[in-house]
Design a protein around this ligand. Structure first.
Ligand SMILES: Cc1ncc(COP(=O)(O)O)c(C=O)c1O
Length: 418
């Protein structure tokens, strides 16, 4: 039954041809959710050209001939994706480093009082960064909003914080555990009315849902390109700051690439315009170059079409879990309505790790999902490279594993990356 339904959905899938643009290993269904996107097929040729031709043959000339323009070209593309202008986006460093720079720059303006605020749904690194900032600046306070559940936010509670503590807030637009989506427009408005600002972590959102910084009044954000943008392991992070706001902030890490005249070798630092000041040092050209292919594919496919298919996949999974897997103790966490979730769906089961492992080891094809402690199985929804048939094979296999309890024969040791 689900295979018939999947066949119908695949036949009507307008993004189906994009699967050919990715390197899909045979006998693997890749639903890692989503720590690392798949590799676009162009990557080996593209990176080979950068290494062999540009570095190998052109040597230092590579900077003038190719690499100095790379940041700007990618910033332009990323800006298009989030409806920003290119002066508002910096691509480079990691999400964590960009969050440090942005949070410290914003708090130093004294426009937002001395509070740094996050919540317990946010990715741990973001919370470490904000808390860590207070270690070196005793005048700063860190508050962490504690929700009772790990799968969705209590907006009333956030509202009460925003009314009580003016500050620099940071939330993940789509949370890493349940993919819960915050009501971004409403919260940005509330923050503005109460003299605060929210830095949005877009890591799990970019490439998965439509982001419009203009329409949502978003003023500041960070994120990565290795998840739904398929930029590769260690591909660059990015930072977005509203252009007007960028005039009133100063980056805490003042390096030569952020200087308005990088190659002027002046004695004194003078910040570059817009997001440029957040560039610090020499860009990582190899990873930067490799991240372009995934961004291009996403722009070409359009976020509208990607999200449309994503919602269909989410509905397909949700219905099957409700109808067939609930009786085996599996449930979807987070909001029931798929429009309130981003680019993955998370299942709860006490044996999630061993289930994840058995799907990988004992299935043919091998099915790669991921696990988050203590009992969550994350399944990515990646419309660019996943077919409905693959989702059906995963669901059918999961049902068989649950019925047979074959996970009980698997040892529960875990590697570092799960
Ligand atoms: C939501 C979120 N924020 C931040 C990070 C940390 O990113 P980075 O390692 O690029 O600093 C991650 C990593 O997976 C993440 O998922």
């Amino acid at each position: 039954m689900i295979f018939e339904e999947a066949a119908k959905l695949d036949k009507a899938d307008q993004l189906a041809s994009y699967q050919n643009q990715f390197n899909k290993p045979e006998n693997v269904i890749y639903l890692d959710g989503n720590s690392l996107g798949m590799m676009p097929k162009d990557i080996p040729q593209l990176t080979n050209e950068v290494v062999t031709e540009q570095w190998g043959m052109e040597l230092i000339g590579g900077w003038n001939n190719h690499w100095l323009d790379l940041n700007e070209r990618l910033e332009h593309k990323l800006a298009k994706l989030i409806h920003a202008n290119k002066a508002e986006v910096f691509i480079g460093d990691s999400t964590s480093i960009n969050l440090y720079k942005l949070a410290k720059a914003l708090i130093q303006t004294n426009q937002f009082s001395n509070n740094l605020v996050s919540d317990n749904l946010n990715f741990p690194s973001d919370r470490y960064i904000l808390r860590g900032l207070t270690d070196f600046s005793p005048e700063l306070n860190y508050h962490e909003i504690e929700f009772n559940t790990s799968d969705q936010a209590d907006i009333k509670l956030i509202e009460s914080y925003l009314k009580k503590h003016r500050g620099v807030y940071c939330f993940s637009l789509s949370t890493y555990l349940s993919a819960y989506l915050y009501p971004v427009n409403e919260l940005n408005k509330l923050a503005l009315e109460n003299g605060s600002i929210i830095i949005w972590d877009l890591s799990h959102a970019i490439g998965a849902i439509e982001i419009d910084v203009e329409e949502s009044s978003m003023l500041a954000a960070v994120g990565c390109t290795y998840k739904h943008l398929n930029g590769g392991p260690g591909s660059p992070g990015f930072l977005y700051i509203d252009e007007e706001l960028s005039n009133s902030v100063i980056t805490p890490i003042q390096g030569w690439f952020g200087h308005k005249d990088t190659f002027g070798f002046n004695d004194k630092y003078q910040k570059g315009p817009g997001s440029m000041q957040f560039k610090v040092g020499t860009p990582n050209i190899l990873s930067l170059a490799a991240s372009e292919a995934g961004i291009d594919i996403t722009l070409d496919a359009s976020m509208l079409a990607i999200r449309e298919k994503s919602l269909k996949i989410a509905k397909f999974i949700y219905k099957f879990v409700e109808d067939e897997l609930g009786q085996h103790g599996v449930k979807v966490i987070g909001p029931a309505n798929e429009v309130q979730r981003g680019g993955h769906i998370t299942l709860h089961h006490p044996e999630s790790w061993r289930i994840c492992k058995v799907l990988q080891i004992n299935s043919a094809p091998k099915i790669i999902t991921d696990f988050r402690p203590e009992s969550f199985l994350r399944v990515a929804i990646t419309p660019l490279y996943t077919s409905f048939k693959e989702i059906a094979v995963f669901l059918d296999s999961l049902k068989k594993v649950l019925e047979s309890r074959s996970y009980q024969n698997i040892d529960g040791t875990r590697p570092e990356v799960t």
